[in-house]
Design a binder for this molecule. Structure first.
Ligand SMILES: Nc1nc2c(ncn2[C@@H]2O[C@H](COP(=O)(O)OP(=O)(O)OP(=O)(O)O)[C@@H](O)[C@H]2O)c(=O)[nH]1
Ligand SMILES: [Mg+2]
Length: 207
């Protein structure tokens, strides 16, 4: 009989460091799970929901809050990386280009990246850069979990409908899974922790 591994209810984590680009990132010697998505989709809020501490990553009513690559040590091993959001309209074009470059470098060159969490707003799935990330993760064979976040803004039948539609649209993607989430209410946390734990325990991806 196989023994069921008990999953933690939280993945406690503490801030390690911020880096403006990959060159200044910490050594890539432990597996990392990164959070990407449009500005204001809720990346930092999701991270805080996972750690059970509202102050792990900075959340703000003003979009564009996360401007660097932020690294967090997970107590049980591994790291979270909170990436700058894309599509923050009020940032200057040159600043936006700078963030984009840092995010793209991180995603394409970080060998210890074992899984990507793409945070989207359930009311606006499939925004331009989200679609690019989906195609890129398929081509790179990188495991990706899409969160349809802010599910508390909809009825449960409407969010189920959005989930089914997203699944159907992306059924050909080889490494994608999707779930509804609410960083506000904590809905979906158990499923997400299960996925992250599996990624962190997996063998490193071949180069
Ligand atoms: N109702 C609701 N609001 C949420 C949820 N998740 C995040 N928010 C709110 O959305 C806003 C943006 O959240 P952040 O976590 O800062 O978003 P972010 O993706 O990290 O944004 P950037 O750092 O700008 O890239 C905040 O006002 C949050 O309180 C959710 O699940 N439900
Ligand atoms: Mg943020």
């Amino acid at each position: 009989m196989t023994q069921k591994v008990r999953l933690p209810e939280r993945l406690e984590a503490t801030f390690l460091t911020s880096a403006p680009d990959l060159k200044r990132a910490p050594k890539d010697d432990v597996p990392e799970v990164a959070f990407a998505g449009r500005s204001n989709a809720g990346k930092s809020s999701v991270l805080n929901q996972l750690t059970g501490n509202k102050r792990t990553a900075k959340v703000s009513k003003t979009p564009g809050r996360t401007q660097m690559l932020n690294f967090f040590d997970i107590q049980r091993g591994g790291r979270f990386v909170d990436l700058p959001g894309y599509g923050y309209a009020k940032a200057s074009k040159s600043i936006q280009a700078q963030w984009q470059k840092a995010v793209n470098h991180y995603l394409s060159r970080r060998d210890n990246l074992c899984g990507l969490i793409l945070v989207t707003d359930i009311r606006h799935p499939g925004q331009p850069y989200d679609e690019e990330l989906l195609s890129w993760s398929a081509a790179s064979n990188l495991p990706i979990r899409v969160l349809l976040n802010k599910a508390d803004k909809m009825s449960s039948s409407a969010s189920q409908k959005a989930l089914n539609a997203f699944r159907q649209k992306n059924s050909a993607h080889p490494t994608l899974t999707v779930q509804c989430f609410s960083a506000l209410k904590g809905t979906g946390t158990v499923d997400l922790i299960e996925q992250i734990s599996a990624w962190l325990a997996s063998e490193p991806r071949p180069n």
